[in-house]
Design a protein around this ligand. Sequence first.
Ligand code: XMP
Length: 317
Amino acid sequence: DWTADSFVETTIAELKEKLGDDQVVLGLSGGVDSSVAAVLLHHAIGKNLHCIFVDNGLLRKDEFQSVLDSYQHMGLNVKGVDAKQRFYDALGGLSDPEKKRKAIGRVFIEVFDDEAHRIENVKWLGQGTIYPDVIESVSVKGPSATIKSHHNVGGLPDFMKLKVVEPLNTLFKDEVRKVGKALEIDPNILGRHPFPGPGLAIRILGEITPEKVAILQEADAIYINNLRSAGVYDQVWQAGAIFLPVQSVGVMGDERTYENVICLRAVESLDGMTADWCHLPYNLLGKISNEIINNVKGINRVVYDISSKPPATIEWE
Ligand code: XMP
């Protein structure tokens, strides 16, 4: 009965009816859900949908620009906001994972609120909430469970007083992907691995500095590009590199080095609740390790995480 095409058709008609000539603001994350929600809304109301995509300085290498390009290519009315420094400033001196998450959530809300204020007459907040998010947050009342869970400052930001429109809130993840396909969204966006909201901040153990972010981005890009070129990217549920706050001794030419360690993580999973580590081929791991050590300054050792969830988690923080 349910087909992506009929969902797209009826949802666009419903959104047109509901929103009329109203202005809507929506935060894009680069992930599947917010992208599909945005394209549906765009089909319904066109330029009255104002998308905001924030560069928090914690995305993968070159991801901000390439994702922004593909959003623009899809015709979305999207504004890219460079807020890197605001996030780095807020993260300065923090090493506790929950404090880092809270700081990132707080700055995101500040940046988004600033941008939402620039849009005249905005009436609605668009969100990519999907059905499992709705169930998880049944006890949370309010306009935005997703954003609210990050929200720990006094008083609601103005944009949270907006009416909320969530076109995907009856769908499961696989249905969202089917809808995205029916809407002809870039397969690179639809097929990408899950990526946590706090981004690389929770893949750099301990304190964040822009230098560590740059090192991790390089190592992670080598890792992910190799998974793609070896044809295993789509078999892995989630993968990423982690920057360990550990220095170890190495040797380069005649010199003794004392540098950081990169850990590679790749897991198979259905929903992230449980996960098994992936048995990546040794020759692939060896190639990735060599490329990282030879090309990323500051790294002299690469390790592979062979822990499953539970008892380990997917992320290290
Ligand atoms: P864990 O580490 O708990 O991760 O096994 C399970 C899934 O959740 C993602 N994750 C997050 N996503 N904000 C997010 O948006 C977070 O703070 C966060 N922490 C973990 C993780 O990447 C994995 O997909």
